[in-house]
Design a protein around this ligand. Sequence first.
Ligand code: GDP
Ligand code: MG
Length: 440
Amino acid sequence: LSDKLSGIFDKLTRRGALSEADVAEALREVRRALLEADVALDVVRTFTDSVQAKAVGANVVKSVSPGQMVVKIVNDVMVETLGSTAQPIDLDAAPPVAIMLVGLQGAGKTTTAAKIAKRLKERHGKRVLMASLDVKRPAAQEQLAILGRQVEVDTLSIVPGQDPVKIAKRAEETARREGYDVVMLDTAGRTHIDEPLMEEMAQIKAVSKPHEILLVVDALTGQDAVNLAKNFDDRVGLTGIVLTRVDGDGRGGAALSMRAVTGKPIKLIATGEKMDALDEFSPQRIANRILGMGDIVALVEKAAAAVDQEQAQRAAERMAKGKFDLQDLADQLSMMEKVGGFGGIMGLLPGVAKMKEQIASANIDDKMFKRQRAIILSMTPKERRNPDILKASRKRRIAAGSGAKVEEVNKLLKQHRQMADMMKAMGGGKGGGMMAKAAQ
Ligand code: GDP
Ligand code: MG
């Protein structure tokens, strides 16, 4: 499949901006890849629409092909859809904090309960009590007790004949009385969703008031994953999803579907039967699994970084010559946003401590980048090259155009002047100065 994708992408070798035809052709293959990865049909449609909107007209980074560029955009949209930031298990509540695991039979709830308990104990120093509310499957409660002994986490004593709601109550009381921080509730599953199961989950929820309700889903679950997640969410309300069996060759399409449809974060990934086989969710990793295009993504990122580098070098050369107009400042600001702020890029330059101080005193911080860039973008190219022509009426127009106040425009101009002076001073010294060296 990846070969097929690369094949079609290789055909797109023109440079420049991506045309609608380029994108349409590439997206046909992407659509196929997503369907093969069991991503739900609706999700595929919204997803490709979103890629299309982003890709058409996008500039192709030098030294990569338009096809590779589309892959990168597909990847970025996918990572964004999957949720770019990791969302750990939330324990921010009065103890004992209840965590309830729900899902179909065999999804991996019991195994995952023990894995999470082990992690909370080892990494967060929590006292955890596990309780099995599965009275359906013979020996289900013993299974959890055995895993508990294995990871050295306590399990609630087994009282034969108790129903799940009674066990949930007893778990809560025991945890409170004995000072546990966390109670893991491992529930029963079914082979498919039915009303009695949902009713049982709702009752347990009402008794235990879990702070987290995690849906445990096998990554191999195909198109059903969406219905599954939607049903559980509508009926019980989910706080997150745990994807299991990410160790097999399941393609992880379920993750994309469930996230897109429920909006619930995927919190953890289980990658095997061992008790340590539990990872933080990485959107990039799942995107790689679904697309199988990690290499191309890395290549485009490298090429893009090289272009940024060239841009930085040109800017540094201009600075060294004492030329630093508002367009240069705007370029710098957008570059800084990309590389993680002023602190990030300045840290890369040698001998920069003094300059950092000066910048701090000039009151330039990362949060202002966007606003400042908006102000500069409201100027005409001529004004950017030549700030001296900015008199009151032009400033008013620029302020209105960027939603800023005239004072902010003035402040920006003053900062630019300070920076330009500073650049000049640094660039003017013998041997080309610091900025010129940094550009070498
Ligand atoms: P439950 O019915 O939802 O409680 O599922 P179990 O926790 O009993 O797991 C069912 C089977 O799946 C067991 O044999 C587990 O060892 C296995 N299992 C659970 N999680 C994973 C995983 O991430 N990868 C693999 N390969 N097997 C898993
Ligand atoms: Mg179980």
